[in-house]
Write a protein that binds this ligand. Sequence first.
Ligand SMILES: Nc1ncnc2c1ncn2[C@@H]1O[C@H](COP(=O)(O)OP(=O)(O)OP(=O)(O)O)[C@@H](O)[C@H]1O
Length: 161
Amino acid sequence: MRCVIARTSQLHASLTQTTFIAVKPDGVNRRLVGKIIQRFEEKGFQLVAMKMIQPPRELVEEHYAEHKGKGFYNGLVDYLCGGPVVAMQWKGKGVIARSRAMMGATKDAAPGTIRGDFSIEVGRNLVHGSDCAEAAEREIKLWFGEDKINYEDACEKWIYE
Ligand SMILES: Nc1ncnc2c1ncn2[C@@H]1O[C@H](COP(=O)(O)OP(=O)(O)OP(=O)(O)O)[C@@H](O)[C@H]1O
């Protein structure tokens, strides 16, 4: 998602935040879930919720609503709802901007980033991450809804500062 106020995430780099991260179907099928999770844990971020689902089409359409009408939109939706997705919530200081940096650019990501090291093409770029606090809130609600799969409180005391 392209958030018009994405820069606010940069301003809040020292704030403890929760973000939505998803490993897309190519990440699951290429057995990269563990490596991706390891990168987040090594940065000191705390996993507070996780589930694997094959998302319904309506969910993916809403998630990527901003891209509706673009040439790649239908293929993107087909791809996301055509396989398993590992949906997660991660918590930590500045996690929104820092996780986007860890993921790398949408296309031609730099080596050392998740996409730069493992992604094969722009339409199969392994991982999604919210790009601002408002997007994180919206996406967590969309993907987790009323599910009470969230260990945020229980994890709180172990969060790396
Ligand atoms: N030109 C393109 N051709 C094919 N797929 C594209 C193209 N541009 C974007 N996409 C796909 O649409 C997704 C959403 O695009 P967006 O511009 O929001 O990038 P992003 O924020 O880096 O990705 P994501 O929202 O998945 O985290 C991208 O991750 C990519 O898989």
